[in-house]
Design a binder for this molecule. Sequence first.
Ligand SMILES: NC(=O)c1ccc[n+]([C@@H]2O[C@H](COP(=O)([O-])OP(=O)(O)OC[C@H]3O[C@@H](n4cnc5c(N)ncnc54)[C@H](O)[C@@H]3O)[C@@H](O)[C@H]2O)c1
Ligand SMILES: [Zn+2]
Length: 358
Amino acid sequence: MGRIRVDAPGGGYDILIEPGLLRAVIEGGELLPGGCFDDGGVVVTNVTLSPLYGESLVRAFPAWALVVLPDGEQYKTLASAARLYTDFVAAGLDRQGTVIALGGGVVGDVAGFAAATYLRGVRLVQMPTSLLAMVDSSVGGKVGVDLPQGKNLVGAFKQPDAVLIDPEVLKTLPEREWRCGLAEVIKHGLLADEGLLEQVEQTGVFDREIQPEWAAELVRRAVQVKVDVVQADPFERGVRAHLNLGHTFGHAIEQVSAYAWPHGEAVGVGLAAAAWLSHRLWLCGAALPERVERILTGVGLPTRLGDFDPEALYRAMGTDKKRQAGRLRFVLLRGIGQPVIVDDVPKEMVLDVLRTLQ
Ligand SMILES: NC(=O)c1ccc[n+]([C@@H]2O[C@H](COP(=O)([O-])OP(=O)(O)OC[C@H]3O[C@@H](n4cnc5c(N)ncnc54)[C@H](O)[C@@H]3O)[C@@H](O)[C@H]2O)c1
Ligand SMILES: [Zn+2]
């Protein structure tokens, strides 16, 4: 079994990565060996995942209630959190109880936010089911909801008590979601693990008959990169900013497309843009952005912007909440595993890069 220990403020936690883990939990009737979560609680999932995994999980655990949210980012709201509080009370969830978030990043964020705030915090177990949630959102302790004014505007830091990852559930993940998750995996590879990039280059393309052991290795390496970063900077005051590689561009693309572009695809183009901007600033040679484009294309992620107006994208970058003191901040690359933060990039250079990606 892959086990990664995370040191976090207020106590660490384990991330377990094991093909077949969900089945083993159901058959064994125990969430974790040692009965740490025996007092029961509430499993929060969504309408897509409930028939696939949620119902069989609670059938094996009579002390657990099942709460099923609608599916979609549009439900990552305070209204959903409020509904969860009501269901937690109805289920008799108390300070000894646990919330299990079984789903993608949306379920993880909103259920995690409810767990962080209900009774000033109850225990939280993340069971991420999308590739993105496995390698990114379930680790690091950020939870939250969207407001009509913008994404992730309300939230908390809430460390999970455990993260349980069964890569076998990726077999039911839609192909587009697989690709979107891979964009974050590629980001982690670029930040700190060239071997992970090589794994994606060799066999990252979507395959319904995905080999669970192969997926487990991909997830384990990608998670390790995130763990290393969040351990060094649990409250996002320094190096955690590196995780925004490709995201200043990516968020602008999402915004200008009115969220028609999914996050992962926008981040994919954002990674290409960040690599070309790095080259434009003489931080790295052209081989790096060329390789980034090859990797993205190889797994079916876009590398071009199409007909977005570069000026509109530049303006959208200015409203990104990652902006520092009025200046655009970019995470760029001197090479693979060598991220740098650059604050004073001339506007013309950014526009140049955007134009070459059209
Ligand atoms: N907290 C953080 O640190 C953090 C980091 C990154 C992203 N996020 C958040 O995560 C969210 C995106 O997460 P996501 O990409 O997982 O989206 P998502 O939760 O909407 O899941 C994507 C889709 O895949 C489905 N799905 C998930 N797992 C499945 C499976 N195994 N089989 C079949 N279908 C499955 C979901 O029902 C959904 O329709 C965003 O809200 C984003 O803000 C948070
Ligand atoms: Zn992202």
